[in-house]
Design a binder for this molecule. Sequence first.
Ligand code: SF4
Ligand code: SF4
Length: 384
Amino acid sequence: MNEKENRMPALAPCPDYTPETVRRALEAAIEASGGLSWVKPGMRVGIKLNLCAAKKPEAAATTHPVLASELTRLLRERGAEVVLGDSPGGPFVAPLMHRLYETTGMELCREAGGVLNEDFGYSEVEFPEGKSIRRFACVDWLRSCDAVINFCKLKSHGMMGMTAAVKNLYGVIPGTHKSEYHYRHEDPMRFADMLIDLNEYVRPQLHLCDAVEIMEGNGPTMGTPRHLGLVLACRDPYRLDRLCAALLSLKEREIPYLEAAKRRGLLAAEEPEIGALAAPYALKDFQRSGATASWFARTEEDRGLRKLLKQGMYLLFRSRPAVGRDCTGCGRCARDCPASAITVVIGRARIRRNACIRCFCCQEFCPTGAMRVQRSLAARLTGR
Ligand code: SF4
Ligand code: SF4
């Protein structure tokens, strides 16, 4: 198999989360994307899950525990040590992570011979090749592994349009530090470049995606589960996410990090074979979380009038967070807002629009789903 074929994405039908079905699907998808011959006895393999919130598996917000445990079994059968974890927004500390492991069902991975991460330290790392970040805080547990498997969940996302493989690596930045990186990368294309830097730094050996029950609408934590019935695998995060975009019938220009990957020469302009792979399973009516307006974002090459026009269109089309009537005034959004743009007044969150950087952390972590992404009038009128 040549390098190009080896880095092509693969998918396998997986109608439900029963262990036998999951095992078959995982084996088929992994085999079609190059197999696990790189896993050697004694190797320490880290599985970077998506554990964005303490939600039950049926909420479809997190990587499903049966998928994680069956992957653990496959790796253990090859003699590897397996450690699983994530670092969601908020403090990266034992009590919160233990609750997360329990609620998301990840205890199942212990029965399969895996270890749930207990190292909540981080270090400043250098990445001189980075375009957007060259020095950043990185969780220690992943750095201590010989190899990393990125096991993401396919969901809608307020800022990036969707979250799958590329976005999942934002979890290498420890919890509370994420706010700072949001604040420093307000422009979606700059944020996208940072995500790509993280992927290029970690370079997982394999990317897997739980696309059995995906999330649409108010994702990535409070959306609606939807059945897609697939497990995806690829050695290349950008191609895996290109396949995901095709499965959701999203335009690639609506996903900033796919545009950024193309600009950096990490993703070909087009790969019709990936569209053909997705076509039999593609959802035609996937509900997005918000319009990202990435196609209006500036590039370094933009100058003069072109730069001004693109910025104007971006401001016109970008989405904003909006507080719904079901706000309980709990204050979680105010605590997590990197721009300190939220206050709670008489039991209800209020947003200072001119301070908001549109990172949608508030929407992601609102425990009631009251904070939503609101598309602009221009976006709604033009169907963007
Ligand atoms: S997190 Fe949600 S419920 Fe809590 S104050 Fe903010 S908008 Fe309201
Ligand atoms: S109000 Fe919400 S979207 Fe705006 S900066 Fe704060 S967390 Fe981000």
